[in-house]
Design a protein around this ligand. Structure first.
Ligand SMILES: *Cc1c(COP(=O)(O)O)cnc(C)c1O
Length: 309
């Protein structure tokens, strides 16, 4: 693990921003999942098995498979089975299976809904909710808050706007809470990539009773989760070619789309974007883009605005 994660400086379409490279924390984990799993990585658990559930392409699934392999636990993962994907697994699924994950149909997961929203230890088995959406995730995310405060202090940044896209909202919420608990008033902005803003607000409320929460920005386009959209792929290619780093095709594309639409909010302020990893998942996303839009063109010229599909 590499702490603190490095911070870099970029400009995109005239918008200057710093980039916190949480994707570089540990090549084995998928970005922010290394933060979210910190609690489980540093403690002794006397268990033999970890159970979770979610989608067959999930970054959390892959990161949990690494945790279980390292700790010598059996990893049982419940998902709606897509037979076609199973025949030729890619990205997260391929690597999780290689790590020994046992995949089961979601219908076989017999736990009540209450149990699905928090971590539960029973006998020799630890149950972790979908997307590692649980209170325990706060421990690692609070270290992210510490790193940001320390970076801002070292660079004389007195006011900072932080942006990160949300799935379950766990990272964004716990980051804002941790900053506030340290007396830091940096603002945290996010966008809902799963569901809409109301869904994300509900997620915040179910994770914590505190009144503090990140500011949710709304993109002008309603993107379905992990949808294939030329406007999103264009942002991915542009960042790759103009800035020279790769973003994830599920969360960051919606993140940067929303950030650029709201650029006025950030004018004249210091902006820090949290890169939460997820690049292993790009393999299956690019395969889906190719299947839908045909051959994806080779990287185009610097500053070109052409759509690359
Ligand atoms: C999991 C993940 C997110 C969302 O994190 P939440 O804590 O669920 O909001 C964002 N980006 C990437 C790349 C992820 O893997």
């Amino acid at each position: 693990m590499r702490f603190p994660s490095p911070v870099e400086y970029y400009e995109l379409e005239g918008v200057p921003f710093y980039l916190k490279r949480d994707d570089l924390i540990d090549p084995r984990f998928s970005g922010n999942k290394a933060r979210k799993l910190h609690y489980f990585l540093v403690r002794d658990f006397h268990i033999n098995r970890l159970i979770s559930y979610g989608s067959m392409q999930s970054n959390a699934m892959y990161s949990l498979s690494v945790l279980c392999r390292d700790r010598g636990w059996e990893f049982l993962y419940y998902a709606r089975i897509n037979e076609k994907l199973l025949l030729s697994p890619l990205g997260n699924l391929k690597r999780a299976l290689e790590n020994g994950m046992v995949l089961r149909p979601i219908e076989e997961l017999r736990v009540d809904r209450k149990l699905c929203s928090e971590t539960k230890l029973f006998d020799d088995t630890l149950f972790v909710p979908e997307g590692v959406r649980c209170k325990e995730a706060k421990e690692g995310v609070s270290l992210l808050a510490d790193e940001i405060i320390e970076w801002a202090r070292a660079n004389n940044v007195e006011r900072l706007n932080i942006f990160l896209p949300s799935g379950t909202g766990t990272t964004a919420l716990f980051l804002k809470e941790s900053l506030a608990e340290r007396g830091c008033s940096f603002e945290v902005y996010t966008v809902a990539c799963v569901g809409d803003s109301d869904y994300l607000k509900k997620e915040f409320r179910s994770l914590s009773n505190s009144k503090i929460s990140p500011v949710i920005l709304q993109p002008s386009v309603k993107f379905r989760f992990a949808s294939l959209d030329p406007r999103l792929f264009e942002i991915y290619m542009k960042i790759k070619n103009v800035c020279g780093f790769e973003i994830d095709l599920v969360y960051d594309t919606v993140g940067f789309f929303t950030l650029l639409e709201n650029r006025g909010l950030f004018e004249g302020t210091t902006l820090l974007y949290i890169h939460q990893g997820g690049l292993l998942g790009n393999e299956s996303m690019i395969a889906r883009y190719k299947a839908k839009f045909g051959k994806i063109a080779k990287p185009f010229k610097k500053d070109s605005h052409a759509v690359s599909i």
